[in-house]
Design a binder for this molecule. Sequence first.
Ligand code: HEM
Length: 416
Amino acid sequence: MTDLTVEDAAQLFVNPSSYTDETTLEAALALLREKAPVVRVEHPSYRPFWAVTKYADIIEVLRNHELWLNEPRSILQTIELDDALDAMRDTGVGLRNLVHIDGACHRALRTIGAEWFRPKVMRSLKHRIDELAAHYVDFMAQTGPECEFVGDVATAYPGYVILSLLGLAESDFPRLIGWTQELFGLDDDERRRGQRSEDAVAVMADFVEYFRALIAERRTNPTGDIASAIANARIDGELLSDMEVVSYYQVIASAGHDTTKAVIAGGLLALIENPGELERLRGDLTLMPTAVEEIIRWSTPVKTFVRTASRDTVIRGVSIGAGESVCLSYPSANRNGDVFTEPSRFDVGPEPNRHLGFGSGVHFCLGAALARMEVDTFSSQLIPRLTAIEVVGEPKFSPTTFVGGLKHLPLRYAMC
Ligand code: HEM
């Protein structure tokens, strides 16, 4: 690692496998924070961009939403995929959701969903979340002493929460969650549908077809869930277009799944690797809220988002022209020693914990209260019942440039 150059380190952003080796990743991000906190990245498959790795710069960009726009590109993806998705939008069936939109239009759309994600409304889902958490904790007890935690538990639990939130039939789980896995697994041979950008477009098309049918149903027979509220919402007296509704459903379904799955699995691995912290939490479950925040900081499943400068500007002395993009590194912000006293120590009790795992500013994660409740509920049920737990194979992380985390976590355990 001592030979790593800034140029090599900067390439991590365009190399999905960077996120499969946390030790090397952290060394590269630490080098960039120290030597080149705003660094230009060029690669033939990607439009050039500036990678930003320091917490203070990232939060400044996220909060200054008039200077830094989500349009035209908010996600780091290859030129080929960008172009294919743009072409899909040009035909009128492209997805354009909250993360792609700025200004008044974003505000109006976000307000529709925000009502439903307020902690008070989330509490009405609590009973269902308790039930699902109990089901998967019992499942672990019954099928133990071993399981592949990601495939057997961490994938299904948040998946069924999303189905309940949207008011969808449980029988739709394989389809909906399968597409989400394919969408976030575009860089992963084990998960993607195929190698070509047309395969990614085909996944989007599946979402569109499925959700279009749902809109028609919810407009005819509203069922009092968030899917009905979005289908029947009006802005300036007009119903949203079908593609606006489909895009809304799609962002809820996909943003809420892989992220939460990665946090639940990443949190359990962190507790196993830090047995003192596991014991501390087991001995005092009132620490759960701070433990949940630390688990989110530690696992940071959203690796990057992109913003584009609306005018010439400067970050940390580096000039950035209007129309140029910055790629914000959330894992780097969450390990930045300027903000966290001991960033490489997993500690279930720190307060405050100003991590950027949910972002910041006007695009702050809409589902944060739900995600916190899911992680808290599951951990509160599992941890008191665990009497022993160990990892019995190599934990594997998914290759990605966007959202990811553990994809295999083989465990052996004893439960009461
Ligand atoms: C621990 C799990 C989760 C993490 C770490 C996470 C993280 C994030 C991050 C980093 C952003 C972008 C923030 C920014 O641009 O500053 C975001 C946006 C978003 N998240 Fe989450 N998320 C999680 C769970 C969820 C859940 C459960 C849902 C809904 C079911 C959800 C829905 C959304 C939506 C709709 C947006 C777009 C908001 C906007 O652009 O206005 N997320 N999330």
